[in-house]
Design a protein around this ligand. Structure first.
Ligand code: NAD
Ligand code: DAU
Length: 331
């Protein structure tokens, strides 16, 4: 297959491209990425000279750039998004543009050029907070922050294009990912790198919000399976099956980095902070997917990766990030 991967220079996209070229050596990948603050060419530096890999810098909201990038492509996998909830509370504009209008631009290209498949990457956040039980794909979306509302908008548009025009879309909604190459604004890489620098770990509210953690390579395997075996017009949840309170996760990170619990700094809660996410992943299990990595081992490997890749994350924590950090935390 020749794939167009959008947003391939970010966290999950870069892991996915490496996964595809490793497990399907005859595939080719075009990566279309705008290189926002979260897009980093260093994430794929090892593939720069690989003849199977091509990089195009551009915006998924630009119809001409998208159509040009689609030349000869069998399928598109859309990771391009503004992805950080806290930033969506400060500056939501880019979220609406990329996470809704970007999806629209891709749908139009798929429709016009008759591309065989668009796999749109979405999130468990579209279901909103789930106090009890787990969300199923047939549940209504009830997003509660500008990020998740924009993602839900993209999902609904994609499903509407399937319903009205039979544009061949399929959607995955995964739980919280962690692993190598995650931008250090997200809780795991932020807390790991802060701990390594003996800096405070800003824990929101009472620290008892629950997230379901999924190792990024397990998500990549699930996405790849849905891409090749999923059915048009369907949504597939991909959950890690490891739900944990933030405070417990924070203590585990401190233990793995050998730092004291006195580094935990309780801070003001995130406005509208969803208490818990949980998805029912039976449908993707029936396709043949299951997470292969145990949470404890994957978290340890992730901490070791950040310890061994200071040259990757240190530059990211200066400049733009510093200004964001001060505005967000006042620390
Ligand atoms: P990320 O922020 O690390 O990467 C996003 C990438 O998209 C970056 O490379 C960025 O440059 C690119 N991009 C942004 N706007 C663009 C535009 N207009 N045109 C082209 N490229 C653009 O995000 P991530 O964590 O890798 O998430 C990838 C996808 O997975 C997103 O759609 C996100 O909603 C979804 N998701 C993420 C998680 C998670 O835990 N990280 C969980 C579920 C779903
Ligand atoms: O659930 C999937 C979603 O997971 C994805 O769709 C998003 O793209 C991704 O960013 C992630 O969203 P979260 O808001 O859950 O991730 P984040 O890492 O920002 O926060 C995880 C939890 O940790 C959440 O309950 C808030 C808390 N937190 C986060 C930060 C950054 C803190 O307590 N302190 C922090 O400084």
């Amino acid at each position: 297959m020749k794939l167009l991967v959008t947003g391939g220079s970010g966290f999950i996209g870069s892991n996915f491209i490496r996964h595809v070229l490793t497990t399907h050596p005859d595939d080719r990948v075009v990566n279309l990425d705008k290189l926002t603050y979260a897009g980093n060419p260093a994430n794929l530096a090892d593939l720069e000279r690989d003849p199977r890999y091509t990089f195009v810098q551009g915006d998924v909201c630009d119809g001409k750039i998208v159509r040009d990038a689609c030349r000869g492509v069998d399928a598109i996998v859309n990771f391009a998004a503004e992805s950080h909830v806290d930033r969506s509370l400060m500056e939501p504009d880019a979220f609406l543009k990329t996470d809704v209008f970007g999806v629209f631009t891709l749908l139009e290209a798929v429709r016009e050029l008759k591309i065989a498949r668009l796999l749109h990457i979405s999130t468990d956040e579209v279901y909103g907070s789930v106090e009890r039980g787990s969300s199923r794909e047939s549940d209504p979306v009830r997003p509660s922050n500008p990020y998740s509302a924009s993602k839900a908008g993209g999902d609904l548009l994609a499903l509407a294009y399937w319903h009205t025009h039979r544009v061949p879309v399929v959607i995955t909604r995964s739980s919280n990912n962690f692993g190598p190459y995650q931008y250090p604004e997200k809780v795991i890489p932020l807390f790991v790198t802060n701990a390594l620098d003996d800096q405070p770990l800003p824990l929101y509210g009472d620290g008892r919000n629950v997230r379901d953690w999924l190792y990024v390579l397990d998500n990549c395997a699930g996405i790849d399976l849905v891409l090749r075996k999923g059915a048009d017009g369907e949504v597939y949840n991909i959950g890690g099956g490891h739900e944990v309170e933030n405070v417990v996760l924070t203590r585990q990170i401190l233990q793995l980095t050998g730092r004291p619990e006195t580094l935990i700094r309780p801070v003001k809660d995130r406005p509208g902070h969803d208490r818990r996410y949980s998805v029912d992943s039976k449908k993707v299990h029936q396709l043949g997917w299951t997470p292969r990595h145990r949470f404890g081992d994957a978290l340890r490997a992730t901490v070791e990766w950040y310890k061994g890749h200071e040259a990757w994350w240190r530059p990211l924590k200066s400049g733009e990030f510093r200004a964001y950090y001060e505005r967000q935390y006042g620390l």
